[in-house]
Design a protein around this ligand. Structure first.
Ligand code: IMP
Ligand code: MG
Length: 183
């Protein structure tokens, strides 16, 4: 779906499909340099990271494995509390693996912070994070995010895997959702 098709529901396009691909290609190069000569396991968190994962892994000019987790974070309303339950666990063992967590967006970073500790406690050799988008609040959390696509303002964005009530994941661009959609 293109932004044109939902132009009445968004206020503006933040990043076009082409801008996202260019940035993912640059990040792929950084990741190749960082993990030179080492194995690499990409771990995506369902469902938001599906689109980032699909494109990012194809920009990599090297081998990489892909695995997925589904988690649910307990919290009141829309804010996550950092208390997490695993809905679907990894298929693979992470002992001695170089794990790169693939994220769509980091806001409070609470779930991510839990996930990184969880993967470390299982004996991963190292755990790093790649996110397409990062919001200002992410700075408050003690998770070191090595690979960041874009830092964005505190607006609610949709598209490229990111949803509002499970919609807009199939929008090709990243766009700011019009406040009238949730007020
Ligand atoms: P955190 O645990 O607060 O970092 O929340 C991260 C999750 O909240 C993301 O994986 C998204 O599912 C959701 N989220 C945070 N900000 C946005 C947004 O602007 N648009 C859509 N989803 C968002
Ligand atoms: Mg979501």
């Amino acid at each position: 779906m293109k932004s044109e098709e939902v132009k009445d529901e968004i206020t503006n396009v933040l990043f076009t499909e082409a801008q996202i691909q260019k940035r993912l290609q640059e990040l792929a190069q950084e990741v190749e340099d960082h993990y030179q000569g080492q194995d690499l396991l990409l771990v995506g968190v369902l469902k938001g990271a599906v689109v980032v994962m699909a494109d990012f892994i194809r920009h990599l000019k090297r081998h990489a494995e892909m695995d997925w987790m589904a988690v649910s974070s307990y919290g009141s309303g829309t804010k996550s509390s950092g208390v997490v339950r695993i809905i679907k666990d990894l298929d693979q063992d992470v002992v001695n693996r170089n794990v790169l967590v693939i994220e769509d967006i980091i806001d409070s970073g609470l779930t991510l912070s839990w996930l990184v500790s969880n993967l470390r406690s299982r004996g991963a050799r190292n755990v790093e994070v790649l996110t397409l988008l990062r919001k200002p609040d992410a700075a408050k959390v003690a998770v070191n995010v090595k690979f960041v696509g874009f830092d964005i303002p505190n607006d609610f964005v949709v598209g490229y895997g990111l949803d509002f009530a499970e919609k807009y994941r199939n929008l090709r661009d990243v766009a700011v959702l019009s406040p009238k959609m949730y007020s």
